[in-house]
Design a protein around this ligand. Structure first.
Ligand code: SAM
Length: 324
């Protein structure tokens, strides 16, 4: 089945919120009461009352037919039991929390609003411990706090603050082992923006190049700042961009930095980064390193998601891929 960038309405992803339901079975039962049938195999297009568990994020993502807004007015939707979120945008939190044990430490979401990934990380922490969430914009910070409340996040400490101004050596963050970095980007992967971008591609303007350069330099700064946190051992860097300038090239520059080498930051191997996802990084943007590219996830509309990029840095005892 060929999927065009505008055919997002063929299906709809829904994220189960374990901060609300006690178990996935409780949600299945609610859906059964609404007349939904859970399929055991993947099937597109889905009929109106059919759904199945996603094959990559099967503990949290359910796939529905995209033609109805059946959840509207539903009590457990209105109360944060489910969250409408693109599958690709769920991947960073899932990769970040690989092998997480509730007593491991604390987490940071460095760029949190509107909070979709924050609330997923919160759920993956079993709503326990501490998740520090930063948001620089005051307007977006207000959205974030509303979202966290609706999603029943009890373990998030949200602050309206610039992550780059945080002090990695402050006692407040000494237990932080994992950091999510999903910074501002060009947004070129967002499906309804793709058609426009493809048309635009013809005239590769200086303006676009300049904008991408600025974004890339900011994104790199964010990663280098995250590298400084003394107990950090896993950092996920993601964008909703399809441009290598904001994706692999930023990752490659980060790995070449002095701090990465001093602190032993490497790229996580494929087996820790949703290995069953087929579309991986572009080796030609990573000094030709195929192994490094395998540690990266890319998503495109033909994968039935938005365009997206997910990478993961690890260090210390973690098995990782070093820059050659
Ligand atoms: N992770 C979010 C989600 O899934 O809902 C989306 C994050 S959005 C791509 C990036 C956010 O980072 C924006 O809200 C932006 O205001 C914020 N931001 C950008 N630079 C920041 C900084 N230096 N410190 C904290 N927040 C920042």
């Amino acid at each position: 089945l060929a999927i065009s960038s505008s055919s997002n309405d063929l299906y709809r992803y829904i994220r189960y919120n374990s901060n609300y339901f006690k178990s996935l079975n409780d949600l299945f039962n609610e859906l059964k009461n609404l007349g939904f049938i859970k399929l055991l195999e993947f099937k597109y297009p889905l009929k109106e009352k059919e759904y199945f568990l996603d094959n990559h994020l099967n503990d949290f993502i359910l796939v529905f037919n995209g033609n109805t807004n059946w959840w509207k007015g539903n009590e457990w939707y209105e109360n944060g039991g489910i969250i409408l979120q693109d599958k690709a945008s769920c991947m960073p939190a899932k990769v970040l929390m690989y092998n997480w044990k509730d007593d491991e430490g604390e987490c940071i979401d460095a760029t949190a609003a509107p909070g979709n990934k924050t609330s997923y990380v919160s759920a993956l922490m079993s709503n326990k411990g501490k998740l520090h969430a930063f948001e620089r914009s005051s307007h977006r910070y207000n959205t974030l706090t509303r979202m966290l409340e609706k999603a029943h996040c009890k373990n998030v400490i949200a602050q309206r603050a610039d992550f780059l101004e945080s002090n990695p050596n402050s006692g407040e963050y000494k237990k932080v082992t994992r950091i999510l970095l999903d910074p501002s980007c060009s947004g070129s992967g967002i499906v309804n923006r793709l058609d426009y971008l493809l048309e635009d591609e013809v005239e590769e303007s200086d303006l676009k190049t300049e904008r991408l350069e600025k974004l890339a330099s900011f994104q790199l700064q964010m990663i280098l700042h995250a590298f400084k946190f003394p107990s950090a051992k896993r950092i996920v860097y993601s964008t909703c961009s399809i441009h290598a300038e904001e994706d692999e090239r930023v990752v490659y520059s980060a790995l070449q930095s002095k701090i990465a080498k001093d602190k032993g930051w490497k790229l996580a191997p494929r087996e820790q980064v949703i290995p069953t996802w087929e579309r991986r990084g572009r080796p030609e943007e990573l000094g030709g390193d195929e192994e490094m590219a395998q540690g990266i996830i890319r998503c495109l509309p033909e994968d039935r998601t938005n365009g997206f990029f997910v990478s993961c840095f690890v260090r210390d005892d973690a098995v990782g891929i070093s820059i050659k």
